[in-house]
Design a protein around this ligand. Structure first.
Ligand code: EPU
Length: 342
């Protein structure tokens, strides 16, 4: 177990903010997770659990404990209820998410291709219900294994119990700081039926001369290229991916706006609800490519806020609050950060 006092979080947040924490605890096994649970139970200090820090904005030094999983490895698990065309694989919560996708594609396990290159780790995939190009982690998650902090008990939480929704789960609300996720079991399919309908996937495949059904490797590569063209590499430019969630509005609100903005992109959620891309609204407000202090709005995807170099967390906060105000004033819709602001 790693147990370090006065620790810099610079390497643990993709925004590249240089903040420190009072104590850093990292567990590499379930037993170590139980030891960490014991420490957390006995102290009054606040704590946060982080993954790769790709969805985190630090605005100050954190006078508390930062907990991280370094449980690695994967194993195929057998399940009595498992359909014959599926394969269940358990991953440690500290495994890098894209390594899961790469391994599944290489092994002919299907369903994760569209989630290629999403930053983050396995534990966060289950907390945040990461998603892209029409796929979400919840479609793959069978169960989550965790240590309950209050008791040190090892528990298994089913997909249903986790109450997944768009970028949401019970772990973000009533279960916040209740569990240390140790493993996640994903279900992949042995049959390949790719989802190419979202956004510009088909167009991007055609542009590469790939008509018909791409191979899983071709699909993964194309998704990687689409993401690389739109989203800044955090190793070069600090960022936390999409900064805001896409708001879901009632049909009446959508229809009112659609009558004013003819080409407004949108996704139908259900008969009564429509999702409107926040990135589009931010661009309409004139923010794309602009800066406030050392924080800015990415020039290729307005949903992404970037550290132009040496930005403080508070500069990013000032920028995101201005954007929320401007979107509210122009569209009457309140958007909310997707990242965790500490
Ligand atoms: N758009 C603009 N201007 C912009 C950005 C977007 O007009 O600056 C328009 C696009 O043209 C498109 C629509 O908005 O019509 C949606 O854009 P895009 O497909 O780029 O996706 P998004 O809704 O902005 C979401 C996820 C991303 C994920 C993509 C692709 C959220 C909060 N974000 O973004 O996830 O990669 O879809 O599926 O749901 C992340 O969570 O960190 C993330 C990158």
């Amino acid at each position: 177990m790693k147990d370090i006092l006065d620790y810099s979080l610079l390497a643990h947040n993709t925004f590249g903010i240089d903040a420190r924490c009072h104590r850093f605890l990292e567990f590499a096994t379930v037993e170590e997770a139980q030891q960490v649970a014991d420490i957390l139970k006995q102290t009054d200090m606040p704590f946060i659990i982080i993954g790769e820090g790709s969805n985190l904005l630090l605005t100050r030094d954190y006078e508390g404990i930062v907990v991280h999983s370094a449980i690695h490895g994967s194993r195929v698990v057998e399940d009595t209820e498992q359909a014959t065309d599926s394969i269940y694989v358990e991953y440690g919560s500290g495994v890098v998410w894209d390594d899961v996708v790469a391994e599944s594609v290489n092994n002919g396990w299907h369903g994760a291709e569209n989630l290629s290159l999403i930053p983050g780790e396995v534990g966060a995939s289950a907390v945040q219900n990461i998603g892209a190009y029409g796929a979400e982690a919840k479609d793959l998650i069978i169960r989550v294994e965790a240590v309950e902090i209050a008791t040190g008990n090892i528990v298994t939480l089913s997909n249903d119990e986790c109450q997944y929704a768009y970028r949401q789960s019970r772990f973000k609300h009533e279960w916040k700081n209740k569990y240390l996720v140790t493993h996640v079991v994903y279900r992949f399919s042995r049959n390949y039926s790719p989802d190419l309908d979202y956004g510009n996937i088909r167009h991007a495949l055609e542009a590469k001369g790939i008509g018909g059904t791409p191979s899983p490797q071709q699909l993964r590569q194309t998704i990687i290229e689409i993401r690389e063209a739109k989203l800044p590499d955090p190793k070069v430019t600090g960022n936390a991916g999409s900064f805001f969630m896409n708001p879901i509005v009632g049909r009446d609100v959508y229809e009112h706006l659609a009558s004013q903005y003819e080409n407004m992109p949108h996704y139908v959620v259900d008969a009564d609800h429509i999702k409107i891309p926040a990135g589009w609204m931010i661009e309409q407000c004139g923010w794309k490519g602009k800066s406030l202090g050392h924080a800015g709005v990415h020039d290729k995807q307005a949903l992404v806020l970037v550290n132009r170099g040496g930005a403080t967390g508070n500069e990013v906060v000032a920028l995101y609050k201005r954007i929320i105000e401007d979107v509210k004033a122009k569209f009457g819709i309140e958007i909310h950060p997707e990242v965790n602001v500490i």
